[in-house]
Design a protein around this ligand. Structure first.
Ligand SMILES: Cc1cc2nc3c(=O)[nH]c(=O)nc-3n(C[C@H](O)[C@H](O)[C@H](O)COP(=O)(O)OP(=O)(O)OC[C@H]3O[C@@H](n4cnc5c(N)ncnc54)[C@H](O)[C@@H]3O)c2cc1C
Length: 401
């Protein structure tokens, strides 16, 4: 069987571009198949990128990043009351706001300059294992390689076409986002975690300041969106209005987000196949950070290196080294660390009962009406009103610690 490249990468987003750049640097020939007109045309992120993985791939001073995030704010809303607290670290250069429509084309150009071939407007329809390699079916005909790196995002079309997994609504969230023109420049790059802004739905909201725009939106469990009978478009509008943001809306997008967690990850590899990024369910939400982009870049880079090792040994069916490399890296180590917090992020009480509980406790602690109770007693009383015990509260707290 003749091959079109050493490696075919399906999807030209962060995972695919990181995998292809790394594989080309390892001396392999690489073909990326991307359905969009350009990389970034179909990609959505909130967009705050932790840049530790990106730093290992490129010189980040050249990258079109928006602003360094130097201020973290939690805003918890319960009815007409609110709690907020902020943490500022002006020197922090650990994460940046990004706009994927700017960032991904830049990374794609870099990959092409280093020898990656990207075929745009190429929709991959599925894949089949044949004669020791993989045949990838596209709208432009079939292509063959001994190894395929799947980087086609959350819907994981290749894994599904090979029968490795199904798409289950309970493992998905919907992300909706607007980019709004900033009225006057922000003083600094800020990330806001917004709790209690999605009504009865299970999920949270976010806002990031970019160079001259704001990204704001929400991530909600698909099931609760169906139950709540709510349109995603209305949800993001409500969030914008409740934040008092009035600038012109420049962009609206919606995208699925994988929500598997470490304990329920889908298969990460199969004969002739390495699965990366969202396609591999790599996403962390531990209440402090939401990370998919650095995991996509990290897993992509590891896949590029693993591809070299696999092909050098001449056994593209034996891809287990990729999972071993992922386990030794921050990708699966951090997924493991976040596993308990991740299960808590799936709980109804976190979104519905805890914000109200916190507001009621604070409202009572800031009031003086005769006899005053200790904080612990107030917490106990408010918790029991909601069918919660102190032990349950402490257990949940331990999960995020
Ligand atoms: C609203 C929202 C907010 C988010 N916020 C953050 C955040 O603040 N920080 C963070 O780190 N992460 C965030 N994420 C998650 C992050 O966006 C993803 O984890 C990341 O984009 C995954 O990258 P990827 O390369 O695996 O997938 P993608 O970026 O989805 O790339 C997949 C690529 O494959 C292409 N493709 C798909 N199917 C085919 C096909 N059949 N044929 C050819 N090409 C195909 C697509 O066009 C796309 O270019 C957010 C996600 C959403 C939706």
């Amino acid at each position: 069987m003749s091959f079109d490249a050493d490696v075919i990468v399906v999807g030209g987003g962060l995972a695919g571009l990181s995998a292809s750049l790394t594989a080309v640097r390892e001396g392999l020939s690489v073909l990326v198949l991307e359905r969009g007109e350009f990389s970034g045309a179909k990609n959505v992120s909130g967009g705050r990128m932790y840049v530790h993985a990106l730093r290992q791939l490129v010189d980040i001073s050249e990258a079109p990043l928006e602003r360094p995030i130097t201020k973290e704010t939690y805003l918890i809303k319960c009815s007409n009351r609110a709690i907020s607290f902020s943490f500022s670290d002006p020197e922090s250069r650990n994460s940046y706001s990004v706009l994927r429509a700017k960032f991904d084309p830049w990374l794609a150009k870099k990959a092409e300059e280093e020898g990656v071939i990207i075929s745009y407007n190429t929709l991959v329809l599925g894949a089949e294992r044949e004669d020791g390699g993989m045949t990838v079916r596209t709208n432009r005909g079939d292509l063959r390689a001994p190894l395929v790196i799947e980087a086609d995002g959350v819907t994981a079309g290749i894994s599904r076409s090979l029968g490795l997994r199904k798409l289950e609504p309970h493992s998905l969230m919907l992300g909706v986002k607007e980019v709004v023109k900033l009225e006057g420049p922000p003083e600094e790059g800020e990330a806001r975690v917004l709790v209690g802004f999605v009504g009865e739905l299970l999920g949270g909201a976010f806002m990031y300041t970019n160079e001259d725009t704001l990204s704001l939106g929400a991530t909600v469990k698909i099931n609760s969106l169906q139950e709540g009978n709510k349109m995603a478009r209305d949800l993001v509008e409500e969030i914008r209005e409740s934040l008092g943001v009035t600038g012109e809306v420049l962009e609206y997008s919606a995208h699925l987000i994988p929500y598997y967690g470490y304990d329920k990850l889908p298969p990460l590899h199969a004969p002739n196949l390495l699965v990366t990024g969202d396609a591999a369910g790599l996403l962390i939400n531990d209440g402090f950070v939401i990370r998919g982009m650095d995991l996509a870049i990290g897993s992509g880079m590891i896949a590029g290196k693993a591809a070299k090792r696999i092909l050098s040994e001449g056994k593209p069916q034996d891809t287990s080294v990729y999972e071993r490399m992922l386990r030794e890296s921050f990708v699966l180590k951090d997924m493991y660390t976040a596993r308990r917090a991740f299960t808590l992020m799936n709980e109804e009480r976190l979104f519905r009962r805890y914000p109200e509980l916190l507001c009621d406790v604070l409202a009572r602690m800031f009031k003086v009406e005769g006899e005053r109770k200790r904080l612990l007693e107030v917490v106990q009383e408010e918790a029991s009103k909601r069918g919660l015990t102190l032990t349950k509260l402490v257990r949940d707290l331990v999960k995020v610690m």
